[in-house]
Design a protein around this ligand. Structure first.
Ligand SMILES: Nc1ncnc2c1ncn2[C@@H]1O[C@H](COP(=O)(O)OP(=O)(O)O)[C@@H](O)[C@H]1O
Ligand SMILES: [Mg+2]
Length: 265
């Protein structure tokens, strides 16, 4: 095991306030995004260093999914820029960004229900992966996701909600992304499954994977994140380390609004 994603990146030093440019993997500057005439993001700026786990929290409708979709190229910003690995990638298409190493695990899982687990995974590797490498990786992969080995030849739609979430994360990971973005991976799952998802996120972090996590389960996301951005009405209201947040903002306030635990599934 542990063959996959062994980090060869520089070590993150959370104490360093001004990262060297090569440490920054993503830099979003003053992003403005609209749906038709309705502006949803009002100049959002954020950055992520290699190896960091950064969370985005905020109530429903705050613009969390919109920022992830904009970074992934699904939505085109009106203005502002997205820099990835020191390249300006603003306005690039999702498939180009996937090829460059950005992976999005979308809200609601969004796996292909009629395709098998294997086919779903192969789609995730498309454009980034040599077929030989895919086969080599698979055994390692099954250590992280044992349930997917059991269900490898079954249709994705036959998996439970939690298993589908695992498949969605696995599909996002199989391309060896430089940045893995997850949109509310624990949403709607039973408490046991939520625990599994958070354990998995911690395991991925320990392997050096750079993660941008949007979570409605704010209290748990804050516990595992290196840094957090609090969104409200399409703006960032707070950015910083979770343990320093208490004195600056009321974390039980409108920004989080999330409860411990998930819904039954
Ligand atoms: N396809 C869409 N068309 C129009 N408005 C949208 C669309 N998707 C989201 N919105 C609006 O944009 C705002 C931010 O949505 P979203 O990014 O999904 O928030 P969050 O993920 O934080 O719940 C909300 O007011 C939402 O109603
Ligand atoms: Mg959302």
């Amino acid at each position: 095991m542990n063959k996959l994603w062994k980090t060869k990146t520089s070590v993150v030093n959370p104490e360093s306030e001004s990262p060297a440019p090569q440490d920054l993997i993503l830099q979003v500057s003053d992003l403005v995004v609209s749906y038709g005439s309705i502006q949803v993001l009002h100049g959002v700026s954020l950055d992520i260093r290699r190896g960091e786990l950064v969370s985005i929290c905020g109530v429903n409708g705050a613009g969390k999914s919109t920022i992830l979709k904009s970074i992934a190229g699904i939505l085109k910003p009106r203005s502002g820029s997205v820099c990835f690995k020191n390249m300006d990638v603003t306005g690039k298409k999702p498939e180009q960004l996937h090829k460059l190493g950005i992976s999005l695990v979308p809200e609601g899982r969004d796996i292909f229900p009629t395709l098998t687990v294997e086919e779903n995974l192969r789609i995730g590797s498309f454009g980034r992966h040599e077929p030989k490498r895919y086969a080599e990786d698979l055994e390692d992969f099954f250590h992280l996701f044992p349930i997917l080995k059991e269900r490898y030849h079954q249709a994705g739609g036959l998996l439970s909600g939690g298993e589908q979430q695992m498949l969605a994360i696995a599909r996002g990971l199989i391309s060896h992304p430089d940045l893995l973005m997850m949109d509310e991976p624990s949403l709607g799952l039973s408490p046991n499954r939520v625990d599994q998802i958070f354990d998995l996120i911690l395991e991925l972090k320990s392997r050096g994977i750079t993660i941008l996590l949007v979570e409605q389960n704010a209290s748990r996301a804050l516990r595992i994140a290196d840094r957090t951005y609090l969104f409200s009405n399409g703006r960032i209201e707070y950015a910083g380390k979770p343990d320093e947040m208490g004195s600056e903002v009321d974390i039980t306030s409108v920004y989080l609004g999330a409860k411990e635990g998930g819904m039954a599934s």
